[in-house]
Design a protein. Structure first.
Length: 321
């Protein structure tokens, strides 16, 4: 009986040890985003998909945890501190505020940012080529020249562009500066319509009526998260809304030339996979999103009285009726 009992105890111990061993091999990838909206959600999905392709499957090789700051920078800081305390293998920060909170919270755990317009200006990395420290990632610095050219092509009579943005988002401040520079080159003036929180977005959009011929929304998390309030006000006023985020076209923007944010997420996931395999963030240069996909909304064009050329429709990656 002792022999059987000893064998049973050994078997039980072996089972427990095996479970602990499997758990030890599962690495945690923590993901945080400043807010929930289609573009940032696509980054999240793309990153997880790329990790799976690299052999890091959710629920097997990795455990993925996610928290949104729901548009609150203070919450982003709390999430960053919580994640750092849990000591995951890598933390992904989607958007500039979330990435900055993570970079401030840890100098040892690898941080991979995504959808950050100006990582050097945001003091996330020393330089794009040589990040240094524990942070690297993927920038979605907008193709501003292409966006301004699209405004001129589709609405050639426009003279003034109204830009909706949150001046508290560093990424948006950079985007507005670049928009003004690009617009000036082709004779367009820019009118600012600031909104520091989502409750102010609709009022900011309405303030452009009578001041702007067209409107533009950069990759601003505050405005994009409340985009329907913008599109409703501007469609009623027959003001074409251009967006830096192509996903915004399906939500009522008139047109966009920009990135596929799922692909931005996939490139982010590829960087995370390299870190999980042993590379250091300091040795991985910042990557920049590529591609200038054209999205058009024919339904909105009809409502605001803009005729889309056949050439533009043929060139578009996606046309929404």
């Amino acid at each position: 009986m002792r022999t059987v009992g000893a064998a049973f105890a050994l078997l039980l111990a072996g089972g427990v040890w095996g479970a602990d061993s499997a758990a030890a091999q599962t690495q945690t990838v923590a993901i945080t985003s400043i807010v929930d909206h289609p573009a940032l959600n696509a980054v999240h999905e793309g990153a997880v998909a790329a990790l799976a392709r690299a052999g890091f499957n959710e629920g097997k090789e990795i455990k993925v945890v996610f928290e949104s700051a729901q548009g609150q920078p203070a919450t982003a800081v709390q999430i960053a501190r919580k994640f750092v305390g849990e000591k995951p293998a890598v933390i992904i920060g989607i958007s500039t505020p979330s990435a900055q909170a993570l970079a401030a919270a840890t100098k040892s755990i690898p941080v991979v940012f995504s959808a950050v317009t100006d990582p050097v200006g945001a003091q996330l990395v020393a330089s794009a080529d040589k990040p240094g420290g524990n942070v690297t990632g993927v920038s979605d610095r907008a193709p501003t020249e292409d966006q301004v050219a699209l405004i001129r092509e589709l609405t050639p009579d426009a003279k003034t562009v109204g830009v909706l943005f949150n001046p508290g988002e560093p990424n948006s401040v950079t985007a507005v500066k670049e928009l003004k520079e690009a617009a000036a080159k082709i004779g367009l003036s820019v009118v600012e319509a600031p909104a520091t929180k989502t409750a102010e977005v609709q009022g900011a959009a309405r303030s452009l009526v009578g001041k702007a011929d067209v409107a533009f929304v950069p990759t601003d998390n505050t405005v994009v998260s409340a985009l329907e309030a913008v599109t409703g006000a501007l469609i009623a006023a027959k003001i074409p809304l251009y967006a830096a985020d192509t996903d915004s076209v399906a939500r009522g923007a008139f047109a966009s030339v920009g990135f596929n944010y799922r692909q931005v997420g996939e490139r982010t996931g590829e960087l995370v996979a390299r870190i999980l395999k042993g590379e250091k963030p300091s040795d991985l240069p910042v990557q920049f999103a590529q591609g200038t996909d054209l999205y058009l909304n024919k339904g909105v064009a009809g409502k605001i009285g803009v005729t889309l050329s056949e050439a533009a429709v043929k060139r578009a990656v996606k046309v929404i009726d």
